[in-house]
Write a protein that binds this ligand. Sequence first.
Ligand code: SF4
Length: 319
Amino acid sequence: MTEFEPFYSHAAKVYSLPGFVPQKIDGEYLHRLGVAVEPSAATLDGLEKGSEVFARRYAARTLIPLTQFEVTDAAVDTIVPEIHNYTGRCPALTYEINPVRGCGVGCQYCLVTDGVHEQRLVAIDNYHLYVRALLERFNGPGSDNANHYYYFSPKTEAFQEATLLTGIAHRVLQEFIGHFERFPQSRARLFVASKAGAKHLEYRWNGVSVLDLFSQLRGRMQFNTSVSIMPDAFRDILEPYAAPLPERLAAVRLCREAGVQSDSALVQPIVIPYLTDEHIREFFTSLHGAGIINYKPEFLIRPMRTTSSSAAARRRTGR
Ligand code: SF4
């Protein structure tokens, strides 16, 4: 097990918030809040069970990930290529790249894990060999070489400690570079969605930074940041090990300076009460300042009954 110092972390932790104690959300609680509608019995049951799960995990200190990971090798020839198909109706042309089981960022709203982060973080050291085979199979010589996207990463953070300190992220990018060198007519494209900050992209493994590798992939990749609209203090709690917003925008600027397409953002989650005119203007002005012109918004949703075993949740993306 490798212990690490997170690249970014916030002083405020959910366990040390002054005055914070888990609440039981039941009919009486909603009434005190002034909720005028009468929830169904099933809704109340879900909220109460969710409150119990949260309180249990708060007491056991399992709400946010541990700062450690395990490294393993996988039998890469047995990994079944996973098509990224968010709705079941999307074109089946995008393949997922998920070199870590679990995610060290620990977002409490994560749709991949339903916000459950007590699982062990497992980084697959030889994952790049799977990426090599995937690229060859679908975009290599002899393939139909269709317009495939390779999504790095829908079910974990591509540039987190577990992928950076091990060089897994660097090796995955090197596979793309090697693939394009061997097969320049490849129509593969790398799609990155990430909460990475500047420190992540500047991290060097064997003397080479992520940004160095990005710049070799310019014209073949896009880097999309993922940013949330909420008060900073709230973000610090909900995204315990993510880069602060200015650092994510700095990462976007670095990509653009390296010639990498980086003008789109996944804007999620959006906390609706925070959406005042002033906050909207401030938020989008800062994104615009980083050169972002396209936005994909998503609202904050959480299952009432948090569970890590929901197959539906695992099919989704956390981004
Ligand atoms: S939302 Fe993304 S970055 Fe956050 S825990 Fe889930 S997979 Fe990781």
